[in-house]
Design a protein around this ligand. Structure first.
Ligand SMILES: [Mn+2]
Length: 416
């Protein structure tokens, strides 16, 4: 039996207001092609379908078009989808009656039957091309604190609560399973030892310090298809517990990740192989200068040396660009100068990082005898300068500062 494992699509994502819809459409087209070419028995989507709890209608349409096309192209495919921390559980679950009718097993949030967890709804048989059951999936959505049993005595009640929910569902799957059938789990959670990326993965469960230990998934679970971390990785040195990562970079920090979906091969109840299928990267992510921040005039020269945009380049194909500048003094026209150097280059400036000199210290002196309020204005100005810049402030700025102070005093005298 073969599974395709993907997660963290973040449909509807924008990078500094730049839409990613074409990149998502190309990824989903590529994924449909994989369903036809590799012919996996199941497709597992481990959460963060959408970038936000309130995704644009166009993102929802894209998701439903994909599900409908996947079903049409592969009537025998098991489609299993769970909600992530970015998704609204209720919104994902709303079309459940329709999705169930076309055989899509989607669990947006922890299903309830009265006060109890509806464990049956978490279970999904995994079948082969002939329709024979080859395994059981536990489709556990992202769990919010309200989903967890109260285990006040536990060392970490949140972690213990999540572990208890998995244990309960895995037990139900074991009860269904016949010898030789594989046990598979889906989850959207933060595992201990996982490597995160800056600025992209929202903290889950009261901060990432609540990391799940890998033994939440006992050895009889042949494969764990995880979502949440955007860097593809095996957890705790175990091949069978995997984050597949996001198919696209969702921030500049993720530009160099090997974006992929995972192809998982099982034989009976055993894991045989996990192979990465790299996803297409139609839009380049550039970080300039590559070696780190440089003074503005040198950065401007680098930017002007970029090749001009190809003729008829569609807007969505324009490279994303991060520019890193080392500032030597106040540069109020920084953005304008960078943008001017980029005219005709067909890039999209999504991040302009300015590194300053100075000692970075606070304006208030640690010496209690020299409180900020007791300092002369010029002394405050000099400290402020020293925080961000090296050397003394230039004479013309000191002069300008004093003339502002005089104007402020004059205004005070007229209009107290
Ligand atoms: Mn995510």
């Amino acid at each position: 039996m073969r599974l395709l494992h993907t997660s963290d699509w973040h449909l509807g994502h924008t990078l500094r207001d730049q839409p990613r819809a074409m990149e998502h459409a190309l990824f989903l087209g590529w994924l449909l092609e994989r369903l036809l070419v590799e012919r996996p028995d199941s497709l597992l989507v481990a959460g963060d379908i959408y970038d936000s709890a309130n995704p644009p209608a166009s993102a929802q349409a894209m998701f439903y078009r994909f599900l409908s096309a996947a079903r049409r192209l592969r009537p025998d495919l098991d489609l299993v989808v769970i909600g992530g921390n970015h998704d609204s559980a209720a919104r994902l679950d709303a079309p459940h009656p329709l999705l169930e009718a076309i055989g899509v097993h989607l669990v947006g949030g922890l299903p309830r039957r009265g006060a109890d967890v509806d464990v049956e709804r978490l279970l999904c048989p995994l079948t082969d091309a002939r329709g024979a059951v080859r395994g059981w999936a536990v489709a556990m959505p992202f769990l919010r604190p309200a989903d967890l049993p109260r285990l006040a005595d536990a060392e970490d009640p949140l972690v213990a609560g999540v572990a208890a929910r998995y244990a309960q569902a895995l037990e139900a799957a074991r009860a269904r399973r016949k010898p030789g059938q594989a046990l598979v789990a889906l989850g959207h959670c933060f595992m201990g030892g996982g490597r995160t990326s800056d600025r992209s993965e929202r903290k889950v469960l009261g901060g990432n310090q609540h990391a799940l230990p890998v033994d939440v998934f006992p050895d009889d679970v042949a494969y764990v298809a995880l979502g949440h971390l955007h860097l593809a990785q095996a957890v705790g040195g175990q091949d069978r517990v995997r984050y597949c990562g996001s198919p696209l970079p969702l921030s500049m920090a993720e530009a160099k990740y090997p974006h992929q979906v995972l192809q998982v091969t099982l034989s009976g109840a055993e894991l045989v192989a996990v192979d990465a299928l790299p996803t297409p990267r139609p839009v380049p992510f550039l970080r300039l200068p590559e070696e780190g921040p440089l003074p503005l005039d040198r950065v401007e020269a680098r930017l002007r040396a970029l090749p001009d945009a190809p003729a008829h380049q569609p807007g969505w194909k324009r490279p994303f660009l991060e520019v890193r500048v080392q500032l030597e003094g106040p540069t109020p026209d920084l953005r304008r100068r960078v943008e001017a150097a980029l005219v005709g280059k067909g890039t999209r400036l999504v991040r302009l990082e300015a590194t300053r000199g100075g000692d970075g210290t606070s304006l208030a002196d640690p010496d209690p005898d020299a409180r900020l309020t007791q300092l002369e204005p010029e002394a405050v100005f000099r400290r402020r300068w020293a925080r961000d810049h090296d050397g003394d402030p230039p004479a013309h700025l000191l002069q300008a500062f004093h003339s502002l102070i005089e104007q402020a005093h004059a205004a005070e005298e007229v209009d107290p």
